[in-house]
Design a binder for this molecule. Structure first.
Ligand SMILES: Cc1cc2nc3c(=O)[nH]c(=O)nc-3n(C[C@H](O)[C@H](O)[C@H](O)COP(=O)(O)O)c2cc1C
Length: 200
């Protein structure tokens, strides 16, 4: 039995977005952890995993969170064009995304995202020294474990918290199937999206 979206470009597009939305909420889904590529300040590609925090299929955006002191933030400030990758083995689906990153700090969006973050996630943003700093010992950073700020107290981590919204400009899709792999690419032209099949 082929998937309901097999050989149907519009249904494949809708299915890909459904799975991205699922990836936000389902920690075991392959799309929960995605890979973000940036252009390094030395001109070489840089790649790392982040957690997919929000998806807006209508606006074609997705969001992840990071620390202002992380190298990727400086990289996106210098070059906002990013590439993203996601693969879910059960869905047999790979997504390769191109987009423009917008960094949010201390605005309504970051406030809401911070309020929705779990204490364990917030702890990371209070870490001293910042991510990527050279240490003289493996545990020479604080806080080393999960400790939350008492209610009402100012959370020192919020100043470092960044929500990154990626405005997607291109989505490439690869579906692995015994009956024949399928590959497609959608590109954004103004407010419109147009999709085409590609040889896998
Ligand atoms: C499963 C997993 C999830 C991660 N999620 C995030 C995340 O949501 N945000 C983030 O900034 N780093 C996350 N990281 C850490 C990054 O992969 C990376 O090591 C760190 O952000 C430093 O990257 P940079 O020096 O390129 O900025 C995650 C790592 C793993 C293994």
């Amino acid at each position: 039995m082929e998937a309901s979206f097999y050989n149907d470009l519009d249904a494949s597009w809708a299915h890909a977005w459904q799975l991205l939305v699922r990836g936000v909420n389902d920690r075991r889904h392959g799309f929960h952890t995605i890979q973000v590529a940036t252009l390094g300040r030395d001109g070489t590609p840089q790649l790392r995993s982040v957690i997919l925090r929000a998806v807006d299929p209508q606006g074609a955006t997705l969001r992840f969170h990071t620390d202002a002191r992380a190298e990727k933030v400086a990289e996106m400030e210098a070059q906002p064009t990013v590439a993203l990758h996601a693969y879910d083995a059960r869905a047999k689906l790979q997504l390769r995304i191109k987009g423009e990153a917008q960094l949010h700090a201390s605005d309504a969006l970051t406030e809401q995202a911070w309020a929705e973050s779990r204490p364990m996630s917030r702890t990371c943003y209070r870490m001293q020294p910042g991510p990527g700093t050279l240490l003289h010992a493996p545990d020479a950073y604080l806080p080393g474990s999960e400790v939350d700020v008492p209610p009402g107290a100012t959370d020192a981590g919020y100043a470092q918290f960044r929500a990154v919204v990626v405005q997607i400009t291109q989505l490439e899709w690869l579906y692995l199937a015994a009956a024949g792999h399928r590959r497609a690419r959608w590109t954004r032209q103004g407010a419109q999206w147009s999709g085409q099949w590609l040889a896998p």
